[in-house]
Ligand binder design. Structure first.
Ligand code: FAD
Ligand code: SF4
Length: 509
């Protein structure tokens, strides 16, 4: 052995150039306790990550590569990257240690420091996954206070020649939002979701043996996420043929009747690198060009914006702003997260539905995360650190580089507007417009005060009132601040009084 190569749990890139030829390299993969406990993870997340890693290790072995795979309960496992690597290097004739660029700041620090101490030469290589470099966004937005996603997205469209002709967007528009984002009216038939049946009992027993804490539920015999490349490709194909047609139209819709609507559920495959973002985009484009009548440009553009735009953008913000980003708290919110975020036991139908779905499946789509759970946390003044820990633990796709900008930046506005041009807050109006949650709710969406008043209503105005100062320079908040200023004093006082009651009794909502 001359070269030892480390593969992290989210670096399951089946097409990495490491695997284009056979050499004498040995690959090391390790399940270690600190990676399973740095937040309390959802059980399905733990099962899926570890099983996908085990599958990847097996795949490499069947392809003839040499693999050292340390399971959580392996007696040889010293439960730290540094100690395990040192032991291997002491036991085998290693002359070079290579690792792929990690995507999390935390792991980057850990591996840099390990690499400095190892008694062999070290080389870091790219993960060959993203369409931008770590700091490309820093160069693109140099000197700007706010990082406008739309301008970055247009730059990406032109740079990668996606849906452009010359320097102009195909179809004459960069953005088809106006045609998209409708509530689901039940007319478009919901596809039966493609759920895999992965047996993860081996991983489950290891988790129990090592007493790894977890939240949420799972059937370890039957884990539904794609846990190897073949399943990831099947899910991509399924999305393209059965869901893409309505993706944009209903991308912001929510309903108690379905968890996934037309969302792809590709985030786990993408974030573990089993799928490459460019191959996802290319597959979507090919299908669109082959069936332009069935798959209109508006749907395709709406989807590509998520991957080529948002996903690369949040990664860029993360690397540009870390490590300070993890401490930002623009509104100085300090409230602990109400306990119903861990149990689902709330009278607010929207919260109950989204939290229970999350606990059952480790999944919620973007608008459920942004406009239900995130919206409520921001209105209630929850500490963004608590918000981060919740989102990082509960979702199947949660890795800090993508979770943190979405939570702290987009959803909690804790970065003071680097990402979002205004706080994403709403009263019951928006939730009612985009969902059927309000129909079966204990609270009334139309009331701002009184026993049955929807908490989102008074908390919304309370948020506007308590943040008048920081928000008054924000042009996009002007109209709503005006409305609040002009509201009769008696009405305002009733609303604020109701908000105070709700905040005091927040655990009972
Ligand atoms: P689809 O709706 O089918 O979208 C397709 C793909 O686009 C996704 O798989 C994802 O890769 C990408 N995408 C869409 N929106 C975003 C976005 N805002 N940021 C980055 N990529 C995006 N996404 C994560 O991958 N991990 C997280 O930990 C995460 N945490 C979030 C926390 C909050 C508070 C919010 C508001 C959003 C978060 N997101 C996160 C973004 C988004 O909600 C998920 O990517 C999406 O719900 C995954 O489901 P899907 O694969 O069905 O997505
Ligand atoms: Fe949520 Fe309020 Fe609607 Fe109930 S009435 S579902 S709490 S928005």
């Amino acid at each position: 052995m001359a070269t030892l190569r480390l593969i992290l749990g989210d670096q399951l890139n089946y097409n990495h150039s490491w695997f284009t030829q056979k050499d004498d390299a040995v690959y090391v993969m390790m399940e270690i306790i600190p990676e399973t406990t740095y937040v309390t993870h959802h059980l399905q997340k733990l099962l899926s990550y570890l099983k996908a890693m085990r599958n990847f290790g097996e795949y490499l072995r069947t392809k003839g590569y040499q693999v050292i795979y340390l399971k959580l309960n392996d007696p040889q496992n010293r439960q730290s990257f540094g100690d395990n690597l040192l032991k291997i290097i002491q036991e085998y004739p290693v002359t070079l240690f290579e690792y792929m660029e990690p995507d999390e700041y935390r792991l980057d620090e850990v591996l840099n420091s390990i690499a400095e101490k190892l008694p062999v030469e070290t080389r870091i290589v790219g993960s060959e996954h993203f369409l931008t470099t770590r700091f490309e966004i820093r160069e693109f937005f140099e000197g700007k206070k706010q990082y406008l996603m739309e301008s970055f997205y247009r730059y990406m469209r032109k740079k990668h020649r996606i849906l452009v002709s010359g320097d102009q967007p195909e179809g004459g528009l960069w953005n088809f939002d106006a045609e998209n984002r409708k509530p689901w009216d039940g007319k478009a038939i919901l596809p039966v979701p493609m759920l895999f049946e992965n047996d993860c009992t081996d991983v489950y027993h290891t988790l129990l043996e090592k007493k790894i804490p977890f939240i949420g539920s799972a059937n370890p015999e039957n884990v539904c996420y794609p846990l190897n490349r073949e399943q990831s490709l099947q899910l991509l194909q399924y999305f393209i043929t059965c869901q893409l047609e309505y993706f944009g139209t209903y991308q912001d819709a929510m309903t108690v009747k379905d968890k996934y609507l037309f969302h792809s559920r590709l985030s786990f495959s993408l974030n573990t690198k089993m799928l490459h973002p460019k191959e996802v985009i290319d597959a979507v484009l090919d299908h669109h060009y082959a069936h332009p009548e069935k798959i209109p440009l508006s749907q395709v553009e709406g989807f590509i914006r998520q991957i080529l735009g948002w996903r690369e953008y949040v990664r860029g913000i993360y690397w540009d702003q870390m490590p300070g980003y993890s401490q930002m708290n623009h509104f100085n919110h300090q409230r602990p997260l109400p306990r119903y975020f861990w149990t689902g036991d709330s009278r607010m139908n929207c919260i109950r539905h989204c939290v229970n779905q999350t606990l059952e499946t480790a999944y919620a789509h973007h608008i459920q995360r942004l406009m239900i759970t995130g919206n409520f946390m921001l209105l209630a003044g929850v500490d963004p650190g608590e918000a981060d820990r919740w989102y990082l633990g509960v979702y199947i796709d949660a890795i800090e580089w993508v979770e943190m900008p979405n939570t702290r930046g987009m959803s909690q506005y804790a970065d003071g507007g680097i990402m979002a041009s205004k706080p994403y807050v709403s009263s019951a109006n928006y939730i009612h417009k985009m969902s059927d949650y309000c129909k079966g709710c204990h609270y009334s969406k139309d009331l701002k005060y009184g026993d049955k008043a929807c908490p989102f209503n008074s908390l919304y105005w309370n948020f506007i009132d308590r943040n008048r100062e920081p928000l008054k320079t924000n042009q996009r908040m002007g109209m709503i601040l005006n409305l609040w200023t002009k509201m009769p004093a008696e009405e305002k006082s009733k609303i604020l009084n109701q908000a105070e009651i709700y905040l005091e009794e927040i655990e009972t909502l």
